[in-house]
Design a protein. Structure first.
Length: 337
């Protein structure tokens, strides 16, 4: 299985991701998409004939079923069929309350299927040669394990990571050790489409950041955020980057100070990973900007650099943008907030 990690809301005010740009009409682009509720079938298995029924369920999901056991539940392939079945049965018993909550939150998955389908229409509009998945598979796995996944043939949605940020089990030490609050705060239903499309962007454009200066890594992150904003044109920017509304408002208000942080400390061309990791990727805050600041501030700035570049090159397609050299984008953008 190839694994890639990671509600349409009306754009408004500062958080509009289109900034008045014309959104293409993609309604005529045909997308075939259906949803399979794996978790419903798993939790409905008859305990009296469990091993046989589990085998039948795996056969029904030939790719995902096998990987659910081996990769998501970590069943040892050396185990006998009965041992594996007992292990899965134990998981079902332990996670019955999680399943019951998901049954309430996701009684009707249709709205999310429609959102993902529209995202795939935009994806096809901009990248017509990309082979989009034709099915969504929902599942429930360990709370401290995988969430939303992209496989070779499906968008796989981990419902256990979308039960609402205040869901009590997200506050347990086991979950917080892997997914601290600044991450589990995004465990909302509204992030299903964002995560699904983000995984496809990363599948289209794999990240190769080794030994690149910080500014190039910033721009590469910004390129992918820019593409994501075009594929999900009605989704608020704060969701695309994983901030809160207040955090995004603050970083825009302090955009110049953030830029000065990189320039005055001569960070832009550094290749020191001990420095780079402070500004790229998941983190609870940016130390120099205070306790309330978000992490991943380099990706935010890279996004603004890419926006500036595209404003100066309105004829550029998204394919051209992604093929463009990051250092060239930085130089030509002449970004200075």
């Amino acid at each position: 299985m190839r694994i890639v990690f990671v509600f349409l809301i009306m754009c408004g005010l500062l958080f509009s991701c289109n900034n008045g740009e014309k959104v293409p009409d993609v309604s005529g682009i045909k997308i075939e998409l259906s949803t399979q509720r794996f978790e419903k079938e798993l939790f409905a298995l008859d305990t009296l004939n469990f091993t046989t029924q589990l085998d039948l369920l795996q056969a029904k999901y030939p790719s995902f079923g096998e990987n659910f056991l081996a990769t998501i539940l970590n069943c040892d392939p050396r185990w006998s069929a009965d041992t594996a079945a007992n292990y899965v049965r134990g998981f079902i018993t332990a996670y019955k309350t999680v399943f019951d909550t998901a049954e309430i939150v996701f009684k009707d998955f249709t709205p999310y299927e429609k959102e993902i389908k529209q995202g795939l229409q935009f994806l096809k509009h901009y990248f017509p040669n990309y082979k989009t998945p034709r099915k969504i598979i929902t599942y429930i796995g360990p709370l401290d394990g995988y969430g939303d996944i992209l496989s070779d043939d499906a968008i796989i949605v981990g419902l256990h990571h979308h039960l609402g940020k205040n869901y009590s089990l997200y506050k347990t030490a086991m979950v917080q050790e892997i997914y601290p609050g600044y991450i589990s705060n995004r465990f909302e239903p509204g992030y299903i489409t964002v995560n699904s499309m983000k995984n496809m962007v990363l599948d289209l454009f794999r990240e190769k950041m080794e030994d690149k200066p910080l500014v190039q890594q910033m721009v590469e992150k910004g390129k992918r955020l820019y593409v994501l904003s075009k594929i999900l044109p009605a989704t608020d920017e704060y969701k695309l980057i994983g901030y809160t509304k207040e955090q995004l408002k603050d970083v825009y208000e302090h955009e110049r100070a953030i830029w000065d942080l990189f320039v005055q400390n001569n960070f832009l061309q550094t290749i020191d990973n001990n420095i780079i990791k402070n500004y790229i990727g998941e983190s609870p805050k940016t130390q120099e900007l205070g306790e309330a600041s978000p992490g991943n501030i380099g990706s935010f700035t890279g996004w603004q650099i890419v926006k500036k570049f595209m404003q100066k090159n309105p004829g550029y397609s998204l394919q051209q943008l992604m093929a463009a050299d990051a250092e060239t984008i930085f130089r030509e953008a002449k970004y200075k907030p």
